[in-house]
Design a protein around this ligand. Structure first.
Ligand code: ADP
Ligand code: ADP
Length: 197
């Protein structure tokens, strides 16, 4: 099944995605397909994406940054969606991490990341066992340069302008599940499981 996780920065996509992959083995996430379709079709986004793919080895984590990718897809979404369907790559479900903007600053400014795995922690809501250190590898955690209150503002503007129309697009198609992303992580997981069961 092909799933899209969509939501503003800090809404919990990265936190829930490993759970989704482990429990449902939904290893095939829709953005990877979309990106490759755009590259193949040489759309403006595809040309940009190809350059980026040649420069950086895109990790799974990158593919999960759906809000970024879909905001870039915005103007092409209808075409891309039709193209995907023709190739048998239909999007089955969209998980919308619905959350109020006011909650996101604390989430974003407290986020610590293990860069090579994409695991994220939070100083208050999901602290690592040892401060500043990844639970699994023992390697150091970092803060993203753009995880500041000021940069969050412009990322949220972009989300509302460019990404929300994508949610509307899929809502009209009847495949969006709206999650209560402001709830604690475990409760969000239960909601995700319900949607996918
Ligand atoms: P999130 O807050 O959901 O993690 P961001 O919107 O901040 O996502 O961006 C995620 C990552 O993608 C960041 O490292 C950012 O620098 C990078 N990024 C943002 N916009 C683009 C883009 N148009 N093309 C490629 N990478 C981008
Ligand atoms: P996204 O991938 O959507 O940008 P993350 O999953 O990285 O968001 O979550 C942002 C920050 O908030 C991280 O530090 C994470 O540990 C924390 N977090 C994630 N989900 C929740 C939640 N349901 N409640 C509280 N904090 C959360």
């Amino acid at each position: 099944k092909r799933l899209i996780l969509i939501g503003p920065p800090g809404s919990g996509k990265g936190t829930q995605s490993p759970i989704i992959k482990d429990e449902y083995c939904l290893c095939h996430l829709a953005t990877g397909d979309m990106l490759r379709a755009a590259v193949a079709a040489k759309t403006p986004l595809g040309i940009k994406a190809k350059e980026a793919m040649e420069k950086v080895r895109l990790s799974i984590y990158f593919f999960l940054q759906i809000d970024v990718l879909l905001s870039a897809f915005h103007e092409e979404i209808d075409n891309l969606d039709q193209m995907l369907e023709k190739q048998g790559l239909k999007v089955d479900k969209v998980l919308n991490f619905a959350i109020d903007d006011s909650i996101l600053e604390e989430r974003i400014t407290g986020r610590w990341i293990h860069p090579s795995s994409g695991r994220s922690y939070h100083t208050k809501f999901a602290p690592p066992k040892v401060s500043g250190v990844d639970d699994v590898t023992g390697e150091p955690l970092i803060q993203r340069k753009d995880d500041t209150a000021a940069v969050l503002k412009s990322r949220l503007d972009a989300f509302h302008k460019q990404t929300e129309p994508v949610i509307d697009y899929y809502t009209k198609k009847g495949i969006v599940a709206n999650l209560h992303a402001e709830k604690p992580p475990k409760e969000v997981t239960v909601e995700v499981e319900k949607v996918l069961s």
